[in-house]
Write a protein that binds this ligand. Structure first.
Ligand code: 5RP
Length: 226
């Protein structure tokens, strides 16, 4: 199976975890899009009562186009389950997210969810981080100075651009990708980034996921993490 087929496989498999009456966090990205497709179908076929909390404007639009009711994080009092993609998952089931510039809302939704499922194709499973840049969402004001400080720390920052314009997040911020080749201690890196003024959120998702569904040629592999 190619990567896209594996993404579709896990996106479809994930909706087996959806039960009637749930408030569901809806992730962002190409894998999550397959999950939203499958969810729309399941809601229609099984006449389910589901409220989705989208992690991006993109996902909201897609979910609504399929007839899925959505609410904002602030209009629900809890989220039962969030299903989202990931850019990489290491051997300790820590994750990198934000390849789609949505990690701020994704993290807000994830930490307010009772359970989190990540759906990934097999290429996202790695031993150790280092090959995928860590996205950080930054306040545009003063970001050139922040960029310099990140460079001095050896984090190899790069503004994320679309053609010649800064990529703008749903919260009107910019994204910097940190191309750090050796990440021996993700926790230490996360703490360091959390202490830097101007960074709104980093893409390291530590101790968050409960279940990982990996797309393999033999079928979806379900891993219970915590
Ligand atoms: C968006 C994300 C996505 O979940 C991540 O980039 C994976 O995307 P895809 O499923 O398209 O590979 O974190 O901010």
């Amino acid at each position: 199976m190619n990567q896209d087929e594996l993404k579709q496989l896990v996106g479809t498999a994930a909706v087996d975890f959806v039960k009637d009456g749930m408030v569901l966090g809806l992730g962002t990205g190409s894998t999550a899009k397959y999950m939203v497709d499958a969810l729309g179908k399941k809601i229609k076929e099984e006449h389910l009562n589901i409220v989705g909390v989208p992690t991006s404007e993109r996902t909201k639009k897609h979910a609504n186009s399929l007839g899925i009711t959505t609410k904002s994080m602030d209009d629900v009092d809890h989220i039962d389950l969030t299903i989202d993609g990931a850019d990489q998952i290491d051997k300790n089931f820590q994750g990198i997210k934000g390849g789609g510039a949505s990690h701020l809302r994704e993290k807000i939704v994830a930490i307010n969810s009772t359970k989190n499922i990540w759906i990934v194709d097999k290429s996202k499973m790695v031993d150790k981080f280092g090959s995928f840049p860590i996205p950080i969402e930054v306040i545009p004001y003063g970001s050139r100075q922040l960029f310099k400080r990140l460079k001095e720390k050896g984090y190899h920052p790069k503004f994320r651009m679309d053609e010649k314009k800064h990529v703008i997040t749903d919260s009107s911020n910019w994204v910097i990708d940190l191309d750090i080749h050796e990440i021996d201690n993700p926790r230490q890196l996360a703490t360091d980034l959390e202490h830097m003024t101007g960074i709104v959120e980093h893409g390291l998702f530590l101790d968050i996921v409960n279940t990982v569904i990996v797309g393999r040629d033999s079928g979806p592999q379900i891993i219970q993490v915590r």
